[in-house]
Design a protein around this ligand. Sequence first.
Ligand code: BGC
Length: 752
Amino acid sequence: MNSFIKFSGLVFAAVVTSIFSYAATPIYLDEKQPLETRVQYALSRLTTSEKIALIHAQSKFSSPGVARLGIPEVWCTDGPHGIRPDVLWDEWNQAGATNDSCVAFPALTCLAATWNPEMGYLYGKSIGEEARYRKKTVLLGPGVNIYRTPLNGRNFEYMGEDPYLAAQMVAPYVRGVQQNGVAACVKHYALNNQEVNRSHVNVIVDDRTLHEIYLPAFKSAVKDGKAWAIMPGYNKYDGDHACENPKLLLDILKGDWGFDGVAISDWGAVHNTEKVAPNGLDMEFGSWTNGLDWGTSNAYDNYFLAKPYERLLNEGKLDIKDLDDKAARVLRLIFRTEMDRNRPFGSMNSDEHYAAARKIAGEGIVLLKNNRSLLPVVPESVKNILVVGENAIKMMTVGGGSSSLKVQKEILPLDGIKERAAKDGINVVFERGYVGDITGEYNGVTTGQDLKDSRSSEQLIADAVKAAKDADIVIFIGGLNKSNHQDAEGCDRNEYPLPYNQNEVISALAAANPNLVVVSLTGNAYSMPWLDRVPAVVQGWYIGSESGEALADVIFGDVNPSGKLPFTFAKAITDFAPHATNDSTMYPGVNREVNYKEGLNIGYRHTDRKPGRVNFAFGHGLSFSTFNIGKPELNDMDDDDETTFTISVPVTNTGNRTGSEVVQAYVHDVKSSVYRPVKELKAFGKVSLNPGETKNVSLSFDKNSFAFYNPDTNKWTVEPGKFEILIGNASDNISQKIPVKINRAMTWSDAD
Ligand code: BGC
């Protein structure tokens, strides 16, 4: 070819290419390109300073993007029960915006009590829509720390004591949030099981317990829910803070579980640049400034992952590869969220969200006891109701720490009951009974309620007792609240019994009127010295915006309760294994060290070893109907793997109301070379039945149902031998047993 033609051809091609590359979308903005191509391309265009900027906060809840390249900021919000009001740039205090009031969904304990993964999805989808509408990138929730002690002030933000139940509930929550293009940030990874000394306490726990009890819910959020973010907590494990912990972050999370998202520090949980940089944390928030009484100017530049990190990188003391990995993860997060042009727009305070909150609450409220069918309230026998107790009139959405909200509305229990009672022409009277906590403020959000009452406690009781004598039914609504040392972040409860003088009030009411219902609004178990004298007890949790309506739904029978306890209501604090021997090295720890000597024996794994330890067992919950669990049938056994099969359990509604029952299957290892708990939940299914109707509930099992974690090999292990599958409707109410024989040993690791 003539060299002139060849040359002009090349020039032409170059001009066309450059015109097109100008007009074409840069690769990192082109959503048709694979995610990893975009991430790597964007990363290749960043300077070291830009990468550093991406990985730490610029304000209380945000981090910068890369303005030069049009890569947006990341905005986080609490979580996990509603979208926290916007705060000032550098402070915890609310900014005073008028467009940030939200729907408060029920606390996660209530969600777990639904035993219905569909409710997990509905919850995640709804709160995710609110987060999206409020233009948030990351929702700081859900929380899945296991309920180890009933004194933990943050149990209400978590999903109970059982790793399998929490694992089943968390994954759909995460999926629901993330379908909105908002990242769920699962917290607090891991072993953050108490608030006392939370920033320093070093947890000593054996590997088997770690893997069998404390990690499965996080693993499920990552592997099944595909969470885009996770929050290492404040505490230490194995001598290292969770944010600087190579075993938790590198070996397990990013290694074995293949997590490709972002590990976001809890606020102020990072302590050291040289330790945090190489050990797997990706983003730092909340260090060195609380915006109130401590902090430095330019605090953000002084973050451990800011200028100090850059300095050490420049000095060659830290590896740039780690920074690249962190920045790539943050970019991936941004592409999945802010830069996903196809994500929905979200919505807030919609009728659907209120309906979701009410539905989840209705399915999560647990009817613990109902002698003489005292509930539901029916107009034929009830003309006058007395409601007693502070929690009937106290807003519960303000307080408790970072989950505190500013709600668009909160229907109080008394109001919900009054409104519903009026429909049946029933009269409702209120008496306070006791004064607990009259405060109502958190970070500048106030309830505006005046809860002062100058009567003495004797007078309050006398007035309530007097009113009780004229009532057809007395509904006491008490429990804990969100003030310090109740159900609140930053401190644990001081005692297991109900606070203030509620036990006295309840006893006096029980003596005055035999038709007493105790409704407790708590996120924790408590002792019930009056239980023999109280015919009906309801666990009402903290249920958010629709509290009053959801409680009234159950009290008046518009909703047939179907919630089941996600943790054990033991009789005494000493019936919880960490407290059994009053050993302070087990709780709250000595010299900033807490030793989980009880190992696997958390909740029912401990109480079910000996009868008589519980008031209400894990999994317990009544209905206004009755159910019969029939003879189960084992089927679909896999020819090559006898651990994989289904069991079909016929359930019949033997009562006269439509209602739901939860069939629970626990595995018992008849003989093992290692200690196994007496039983462990491995499958469950919730079924709704009309009166007289029978349906089969299908429960699936696989190798995980029979395995224990072998710390010597770091492998899950199934030993051949005999197992029993125990089927019932509470951990202490087993009505069917199915023997299973496994002939073949199996081992595998999380990384397989
Ligand atoms: C809490 C987190 C929360 C964060 C931001 C911390 O004190 O432990 O759960 O997400 O603050 O508010």
